[in-house]
Design a protein around this ligand. Structure first.
Ligand SMILES: [Zn+2]
Length: 211
């Protein structure tokens, strides 16, 4: 029954094309910037056995964030790429985090959970409650999972295992205006919790490497 409902919700590539077209209308792509970050994604894929081709698109004017769509695209705000200028390993961590979301189908899960909530009840208030609940539970666990994966993906691809912690430390250090951080925090768990998780994974990887 669940599977049947899942299938009714629509196919990922069509959903993604619709979402991406909407985003591109509002936030035009910077093709040169996309071309500059694509090799990082390709390298991460190569060393982590992700065979299918995936795209990185950098959008101008989009709020400071990066996100994985439901099929094969990672979109990154120009401001986030700019923040990582000269910090290739940190940029790789951001992309690796989104690669995990894509690879594990987190975005797909989320959009289906949202659609499911709407199908399970005709009461819009109840649907909203179910959606919020599913969204919160999914996304918190998914974010930690994506951080752990990203640290491992970076390690395998020859990027620093320290890159994730360095990136989050820089976010915390007040280099950016507080409104920018708030935007990012609206979609991710608190920085301190993420740092702890990432450092734990990095330490495990380091210990394994020296054994
Ligand atoms: Zn995430």
């Amino acid at each position: 029954m669940l599977n049947l409902l899942w299938n009714l919700v629509g196919d990922d590539s069509a959903n993604e094309a619709k979402a991406l077209a909407g985003m591109l209308k509002e936030f035009p792509e910077l093709p040169d910037w996309s071309g500059a970050v694509q090799p990082l994604l390709d390298r991460l894929r190569h060393y982590n056995g992700v065979k299918r081709s995936l795209d990185c698109r950098v959008l101008s004017g989009m709020p400071f964030n990066a996100l994985a769509l439901s099929h094969k695209t990672i979109v990154i705000a120009e401001s986030l790429v700019d923040f990582c200028r000269g910090q290739t390993h940190q940029m790789a961590f951001v992309i690796a985090h989104e690669l995990s979301h894509l690879h594990r189908g987190h975005a797909r899960e989320q959009s289906r959970a949202t659609a499911m909530a709407g199908m399970l009840t005709f009461n819009p208030l109840l649907a909203m409650g179910v959606k919020a609940l599913l969204g919160r539970v999914c996304s918190r666990e998914n974010e930690f999972e994506a951080d752990r994966d990203a640290t491992t993906f970076c390690h395998r691809a020859g990027y620093s295992v320290q890159a994730g912690a360095d990136f989050l430390e820089r976010l915390r250090s007040g280099e950016l205006p507080s409104g920018v951080i708030q935007q990012l925090m609206s979609t991710h768990p608190p920085l301190a919790e993420r740092l702890e998780e990432i450092r734990g994974t990095a330490n495990r990887l380091r210990t394994n490497a020296t054994e």
